[in-house]
Ligand binder design. Structure first.
Ligand code: N01
Length: 896
């Protein structure tokens, strides 16, 4: 390489040495490091890349074990920054082998003459931030130290193999190999007795090939994994045609997709499909041999819901049972302990069939754990295996290992990164760390990285970082650092995102569980590649929100704040609505608004099945009122909840809140009767209130007829329906019944005052707007009537009301009046439980299966209703029980 400017300086203050001075130093010459070098050089920064290996390749340099291949299709797994490069390289297979990928990276390095700025065989041994000089000083084990303005870790997520953690490895007299550090020279296994420990991707790829060579192979499996046959071959014609027809569109779709591969988002949910339809979809995915396809394209709830996931996992298990002849071995190879996709599934060639070979033995470590490695082999609790070779396919200290463990990194004020991360990685955007100015991580913890097509995520990070450095230079800034508040906000957002998928329900390297003693929490960003990209862009658009910038001759800039305060799925829903650029709902007129809401609701996922749904009518104060009854599938009789839908006394019907009623019926195990009360402006105040009361009275008097449990009923409602439920409780108390056992008020309207802060804070942008509320009030109730407790229950007498569960949402104009009602009830001696939902909006809880993060809130509501009804806590399905564990989610705790 050509030396950049070389100067004499002091590194540790005790001795003089030669220091290489550059604008930017990069560690690692894999995919990320190569692209960084290309972009930094193009942007005019002096740069050096430090690389421990003697050539480029990163993970593809080290992982040379038999069978090593990529498991993202090659047409998706490569650089896209230069169309000419794309045209100049042709992959030979659907999934390239490690040697071919290494050749590709060498080809890229040659094409852009990158090697001249890479110092090979050079390890960074320490990195220290010099606050006075505002530069990083890097000590190396080979040649000059480096002084750089910016320090970028392109160290990869899976590059620091973890130690074997098994006693006696050093005693073993045979050969020992690690898949993550496989020798360059040929490893001869023919005729030998081989042990492979570990059945993750590396083990599953190598085991079939090792079995073909070895005289005997013993596979030591601790946790079985799901493996999909790759069906490797030529690049599939359909995908290639898509790419060739519109390369730019294809790549752009990948950048905004969830996983970095251009597949659409599924909308059909598992319960809309028959068994045969689900199997057909599964078989198609099985034949496609594509992990991203099977992870995302079967049904919409497969990755977010335990039940939807279990259907897929069971189909997968059938395949394993069919492939392995010995039933005991098949059972041992079948995973039950994690949802499909929560642990990284593998792509294989002949993996399961390998266990039908006479020379292969599966050792189930759950039944006979390894006790020690001896001089001659491996001793388990039951037997001893004498072997010539042990292959450790035991994985990596993922995501943080290469950044933290490789060398000490000391930031501002002597802060050590290892100490700052002792309880789990804390980052802003997975790119930067507060207290470590000018330090960047490419695909660091807190970014989508390993949950995505790495090629796409690497390009996004490199582009973002280099664009920022360029903009800083232009503005005269020399340092950039994340603020503590921004970082804490990101940790909260990460924890919120971890509710979206099932990754939190498995012990994996994604959560740090594979390394003894490592802090645990979901490390990659689970909110998706496209949403993440939009957040990074938004940080820039909002003036580098969450960053401090300083420079020698410009005023310091600190734009402190949290980039995402909404729940991740709420953000997606609101962005989607914003993109639709809809006129205000009230501008449609009341009939147009009703049509619009009906159309909007038709695009929702279908509600989940319940035992029975019956439509009927009941006598109201001024004619019949319709109702819809939801009966649980469990044996009755069940307590009855009288439910009032939302819609500002103007919109909505039994259908509009259908998914919510189904969901609550399932979760409570209680009958929900959704009442079709009269609407304004045709029927103004107090029609809705009187209908609500009359319907509740009639239902309470006809519980047996409705198949319900005799005794008090409960009431519930959302928004204006919450208003009607609250009013009904007051009327029932004052008019001699019926007896009501409890009230669930979800984002209720409780008062006619519009000067509480939430009316201003959330006046627009959160679907329910202030002006829409004004419109509802005007249509329903004359100003003279508005202080009547039958529309402003907060103004009524509150003592003696049934116990209440009051839900309010942070980004809702109605938040403060809901909170005021809860406080006033409490002051009046009514038992009140409250859920103040952070990051949620007015519709969060009724958008069932669209706002996944609202599930835990509905669980709490259901438990409250059961308590009010005197029922024991529901023995809910696994997901809810496990969702409870989230309280102990370590990253969330750290954020708190
Ligand atoms: O590592 P792993 P990997 N005693 O951690 C077991 C990527 N990758 O190198 O599950 C006994 O997945 C451990 O058991 P358990 C890909 O993202 C991609 O295979 O912890 N067993 C597990 O079975 C992948 O996910 C490709 O109970 C021990 C195995 O070792 C990631 O790299 C190819 C043990 C480790 O599996 C890591 O894959 C290869 C012990 N002490 C890898 N310690 C592509 O195709 C660990 N295990 C692109």
């Amino acid at each position: 390489m050509q030396d950049a400017v070389v100067a004499v300086s002091t590194l540790d203050g005790t001795h003089k040495e030669t220091v290489q001075q550059v604008d930017v130093a990069v560690v690692g010459a894999g995919f990320a490091g190569l692209y960084l070098l290309y972009r930094l050089r193009k942007a005019g920064f002096t740069t050096v890349t430090l690389e421990e290996a003697d050539d480029v390749g990163g993970t593809w340099y080290w992982n040379r074990y038999p069978g090593a291949r990529c498991d993202i299709q090659t047409i998706d797994y490569g650089f896209t920054f230069d169309p000419e490069l794309e045209g100049a390289w042709r992959w030979s297979e659907k999934y390239a082998t490690q040697p071919e990928i290494l050749r590709y990276l060498g080809f890229v390095a040659d094409r852009y003459d990158l090697r001249r700025d890479i110092r090979f065989r050079t390890k960074v041994t320490a990195a220290i931030w010099d606050q006075a000089k505002q530069r990083w000083l890097l000590a190396t084990d080979n040649g000059a130290s480096v002084s750089c303005r910016h320090y970028i870790m392109a160290t990869g997520c899976l590059s620091s193999p973890k130690p074997p953690e098994i006693d006696g490895v050093k005693n073993f007299k045979g050969e020992v190999y690690f898949t993550g550090r496989w020798p360059h020279e040929e490893v001869k296994l023919a005729g030998k007795r081989v042990a492979v420990i570990g059945t993750g991707s590396s083990g599953i790829q190598s085991i079939p090939l090792i079995a073909e060579q070895a005289a005997e192979l013993a596979v030591f499996q601790r946790t079985p994994n799901f493996a999909l046959p790759a069906h490797n071959g030529p690049v599939p014609g359909d995908r290639k045609a898509l790419l060739d027809n519109d390369r730019t569109g294809y790549r752009e779709q990948a950048r905004w997709s969830l996983a970095g591969v251009p597949y659409p988002q599924q909308t059909v949910v598992s319960w809309q499909l028959s068994d045969a339809e689900r199997r057909e979809r599964f078989e198609k995915a099985w034949d496609a041999g594509d992990l991203v396809y099977i992870l995302t394209q079967l049904w919409a709830d497969q990755a977010v819901d335990v039940d939807g996931n279990a259907l897929l996992a069971e189909l997968f298990r059938d395949k394993i049972r069919a492939a392995v002849k010995d039933p005991e071995t098949a059972e041992a190879l079948t995973p039950y302990d994690h949802p499909f996709g929560a642990k990284r599934p593998c792509l294989d060639t002949n993996y399961y069939a390998t266990f039908n070979r006479p020379n292969v033995t599966l050792v189930n470590l759950r039944q006979e754990p390894i006790e020690a490695i001896t001089t001659s082999g491996i001793k388990t609790g039951k037997r001893t295996f004498d072997v010539d070779v042990i292959v450790f396919a035991t994985g990596f200290d993922a995501m943080t290992g290469a950044i933290m463990a490789v060398h000490p990194i000391t930031g501002r004020g002597g802060k050590s990164l290892s100490e700052v991360w002792a309880n789990g990685p804390q980052t802003y955007l997975g790119l930067t760390v507060a207290g470590f100015p000018n330090l960047f991580m490419i695909t660091g913890p807190g970014s989508p990285s390993v949950l995505s097509n790495m090629a796409v995520s690497i390009e996004q990070h490199v582009d973002w970082v280099v664009d920022r450095l360029t903009a800083m230079r232009e503005a005269g800034f020399a340092t950039i650092e994340a603020t503590e508040a921004a970082q804490a906000g990101w940790a909260r957002h990460m924890a919120d995102c971890s509710m979206l998928t099932l990754h939190r329900l498995a012990n994996t390297w994604y959560t740090g569980a594979n390394v003894p003693g490592k802090a645990q929490g979901v490390m990659p960003y689970t909110g998706g590649v496209g949403p993440y990209r939009s957040i990074c862009n938004e940080v820039v658009d909002r003036g580098m929100l969450g960053f401090m910038l300083s420079g020698p001759s410009v005023a310091e800039q600190c734009n402190d704040g949290e980039i995402v305060r909404l729940q991740p799925d709420v953000r997606l829903v609101l962005n989607m609505l914003a993109e639709m650029k809809l006129p205000p709902i009230e501008s449609f007129g009341f009939q147009g608004a009703r049509d619009f809401v009906a159309q909007f609701n038709a695009s929702r996922p279908a509600g989940r099945p319940v035992g029975e749904i019956v439509d009927g009518s009941l006598p109201g104060p001024d004619g019949a009122l319709s109702y819809r009854l939801y009966r649980p599938a469990t044996p009755g009789p069940h307590p009855i909840v009288v439910y009032f839908h939302g819609g500002g006394w103007v919109l909505g019907d039994e259908q509009s809140d259908d998914p919510f009623c189904r969901d609550m019926c399932r979760r409570t195990g209680m009958i929900f009767v959704s009442v079709g009360y009269r609407h304004a402006p045709e029927y103004r105040f107090p029609a809705a209130a009187e209908d609500g009361y009359a319907a509740t009275r009639w239902i309470a008097e006809h519980t047996a007829e409705l198949g319900g449990q005799p005794g008090p009923v409960l009431v519930a409602g959302w928004s204006a329906g919450g208003n009607i439920a609250a009013v009904t409780c007051q009327l029932a108390r004052d008019r001699g019944g019926p007896k009501i056992a409890g009230q669930l008020l979800v984002c209720p309207v409780t008062d006619c005052r519009f000067d509480r802060p939430s009316y201003n804070d959330n006046a627009a942008g959160y679907f329910l707007t202030r002006s829409l509320m004004y419109w509802f009030w005007d249509l329903y109730c004359s100003p003279a009537d508005r202080t009547d407790p039958r529309v402003s229950p907060l103004r009524g007498k509150l003592a003696g009301l049934p116990p209440a569960f009051v839900v309010t949402c942070e980004f809702d104009p109605l938040r403060d009046e809901g909170n005021a009602y809860a406080e006033a009830l409490t002051a009046a001696g009514v038992p009140v439980e409250q859920l103040q939902a952070r990051g949620h909006f007015h519709s969060s809880f009724t958008m069932v299966d669209m706002v996944i993060t609202s599930v835990s809130g509905r669980v709490q509501m259901a438990e409250a209703l059961r308590r009010f009804a005197g029922l024991p806590p529901q023995a809910t399905g696994g997901d809810e029980a496990r969702r409870g564990q989230l309280a102990s989610h370590k990253l969330a705790a750290a954020a708190g």
